[in-house]
Write a protein that binds this ligand. Sequence first.
Ligand code: C2G
Length: 446
Amino acid sequence: MKKVITYGTFDLFHQGHLNILSRARKLGDYLIVGVTTEHFDEMRGKVNVIDSTLERIENVRKTGLADEIIIEDHEGQKIEDIQKYNIDIFTVGSDWMGTFDYLNNFCQVIYLERTPDISSTMLRKSRFQIINVGIVGTGRMAPRFLEEDKYVSGIHIVCAYNPERESGDLFREKYEIPVYHEEYQQFLDHVDAVYIASPNETHYGYAKQALQAGKHVLSENPVAMSKCDVEELYDLAEEKNLVLLEGIKTAYCPGFQQLLNTAQSGKIGEIKDVEACFTRLADVESRERTDAEFGGAFLEYAAYTLLPIFKLLGTQYKKVEIYSILDEKGMDLYTKIQLIYEQGMATAKCGVGVKSEGQLVIAGTNGYVLAESPWWLTRKYMVRYENPNVIDVFEPKFQGDGLRYEISEFASKINGLERNTYKLTKEEIVAMSEITEIFMEKRKKK
Ligand code: C2G
């Protein structure tokens, strides 16, 4: 008996999938189909699969072509399966030509011709309207957004906005995207959604005007400097049924979600202390080091370090204290935030002019989670115990620079696929804004 195996996501099951399964079936006497899990797809960079694993399995089953269906959930599984199931032929569509040649050491590899003019990506696009996005600000973040946006289908960047003509023109020449300089409203007329990556103090104004004009908003953090402004924006978004998403990349990164789950799984006992540190030395000429009002370590990185603290200990702390090391202009080179809870404590440290070990330590009554820099783009973390010889290592895969997960969340929310906001809640954002308010008050007094 000749055994054949093939794999796929089979999202929005279509003719191309049916054709390949039927051709694969004809290559032998017994066909095994490996269907990827959502988690595995996310890990290999397919961030916007629509059908659930069960729906995708059911669609393969309904073809009646598979003698057996298995789940593919990790890298390297193909070799395991080929050996385990005694496979004679591995087959996949010609879009993968060459990629699986290494399997020739284990069985025969056949690339079957791909069906032209149909793909899950095309169907995803036709199913949902393309979201036309405008980028506000043409500084450092905008090119990163352009780069990462390619990995999320359904999003199209149509224009950018920058009141400073010179910087806008440079951007237009380099990226060939129209850039508006004058009327923000005119720019808004061309888009369904905005990505705000302008200087910190301008986020609130741009976000508010966009929401008022009926546009969805993804804003770099912080979206506003005070609790009252943050609440106002969230209320406005809710009232108009629009998506408002705060761009704290870490929150949307699958590895970080996994780390939180591990920390809360009971493995380390009860969580008592969270220490998070994020420092990046900024150029002395940069906005972060020169803008005494809206630059500095806190406004740059505090949200990232507060995120795991709020996620693990909640937002109901009893006491907060903020200490900063300032430069001659009164801008914080380094800031330490200490939070006291009923049942625990936490420290958040951030720096633009002081360098420290950028790690996240979650201490519990049985052990601790340690994630080293860059823990905010979670690729690896471990769980350690009293016994130094026992170490559990976790290495979730992480693609690109993390922005694609955030963009994908934004697109899914706009399309109504993801209504849940657990990855970053309004309550957490509001709690961050309360601390920002305290910090800004102190800054003003100085
Ligand atoms: N396919 C095809 N013609 C199309 C579209 C897809 O022949 N028009 C084939 C693909 O080449 C693949 C299968 O259908 O063999 C499933 O495609 P996807 O669902 O896109 O899955 P894919 O990402 O190709 O997964 O471990 C997973 C495998 O590596 C392949």
